[in-house]
Design a protein around this ligand. Structure first.
Ligand code: PEP
Ligand code: MN
Length: 346
């Protein structure tokens, strides 16, 4: 069991006092939205009863369901994840863009300029690349993360980058605004717990072999560490269909928006593997209720070290943004924008 202390209830200090009164101090306490979650560390069932008897606004929730912390039944309000000047999951639609992989200063600057000029509010760039073949370009690693942070700072854009190893989380978290957990690591539970403990916003891709239930349970590993800054990302699943790289499951976006309070974005680049399909599916993602998209942009895709076929040119990205802007305005969710001369606030 866990205990949820509802909104407008006692503040954290009052809750701590009540726990002391109830002799229930061995409790992991953290906030989730406007609620305080109390998770007893011991298996003593009496603890939950003692807590609810001293805190009348508290509600006990069973841990029999796999993802009670991600569940909208327990936390009704939409979770917003502030990143720099943007709130992912808020009223505005957020666009993240940049190269699949950080390859060099010049390549990253060019792509970042294209992303910024088109109106992206967050710069993406993979430094630790989880490649299927060990012989493929594995990314620039730590140097790439530092480069990304540096170019993001120059452009006034917060940055997102993937982390593939629990041992790297602390170092990567020191440089990026959002830690990405990729599809191939979507059920790497040690990594999920570690990004949870980092306290940084986490972009959690759906594993391409994961059901919606498994995806939400993966998010639960981050949430249970007391980190509620989780952004889910649909990026396609494996099906029998071979005409796209993966099958982008846009229905799952609507399902997850109903089942969970967490923001959901879509990656139409990795989902389709085809730059010609990125724009239509980005538009469809906005129409189906996603809170944003993350899109690959490269100014010289033919020379890209990684996923060149799915990268948009500067011009294609601009054209997508023009159409997205019209569509999201029509559905009452204007594009998030970076204030002029904004700095990367963390
Ligand atoms: C990526 O975004 O760079 C990436 C590798 O995506 P995914 O984990 O969805 O394949
Ligand atoms: Mn990629």
């Amino acid at each position: 069991m866990i205990v949820i202390v509802e909104e407008q209830a006692p503040n954290a200090n009052e809750v701590r006092q009540a726990l002391a009164e109830a002799g229930a101090e061995d409790v992991h306490m953290f906030s989730l939205g406007d609620n305080i979650v109390l998770m007893p560390r011991s298996g003593d069932h009496g603890v939950v009863h003692r807590i609810t008897s001293v805190l009348p606004s508290a509600r006990a929730v069973s841990l029999n369901a796999p993802s009670p912390l991600a569940d909208r039944k327990n936390f009704t309000a939409d979770t917003m994840v502030p990143v720099g000047p943007v709130a992912i999951g808020g009223p505005e639609f957020a666009v993240m863009a940049g190269p699949c992989a950080v390859e060099s200063v010049a390549q990253l600057r060019d792509a970042a300029q294209a992303a910024k000029a088109g109106g992206a509010v967050i710069l993406r760039g993979g430094a630790y690349k989880p490649r299927t073949s060990p012989h493929s370009f594995q990314g620039m690693g730590y140097e790439g993360v530092r480069l990304l942070a540096c170019v993001g700072h120059e452009m006034g854009l917060p940055v997102v980058s993937e982390v593939v190893d629990p041992r790297h989380v602390e170092d990567v978290a020191a440089y990026v605004d959002i830690l990405q957990v990729g599809a191939r690591n979507a059920q790497n539970f040690a990594l999920l717990a570690e990004v949870g403990r980092s306290g940084r916003p986490v972009l959690l891709k759906r594993g391409f072999g994961c059901t919606v239930d498994e995806w939400l349970a993966a998010a639960e590993y981050i949430l249970r560490e007391g980190n509620s800054r989780v952004i889910l990302c649909e990026r396609g699943i494996r099906t029998f269909e071979g005409s796209t790289r993966f099958t982008l499951d846009l229905a799952a976006v609507a399902v997850v928006k109903r089942r969970s309070h967490l923001p959901v974005i879509v990656d139409p680049s990795h989902g389709t593997g085809d730059r010609a399909l990125t724009a239509p599916l980005a538009l469809a993602a906005a129409a189906v209720g996603a809170d944003g998209v993350i899109v690959d942009v490269h100014t010289n895709a033919r020379e890209a070290e990684c996923d060149g076929d799915q990268a948009l040119s500067s011009r294609d990205f601009h054209s997508l943004m023009v159409r997205l802007s019209i569509l999201v305005s029509a559905i009452g969710r204007p594009l998030a924008q970076t204030p002029p001369a904004a700095s990367t606030a963390r």
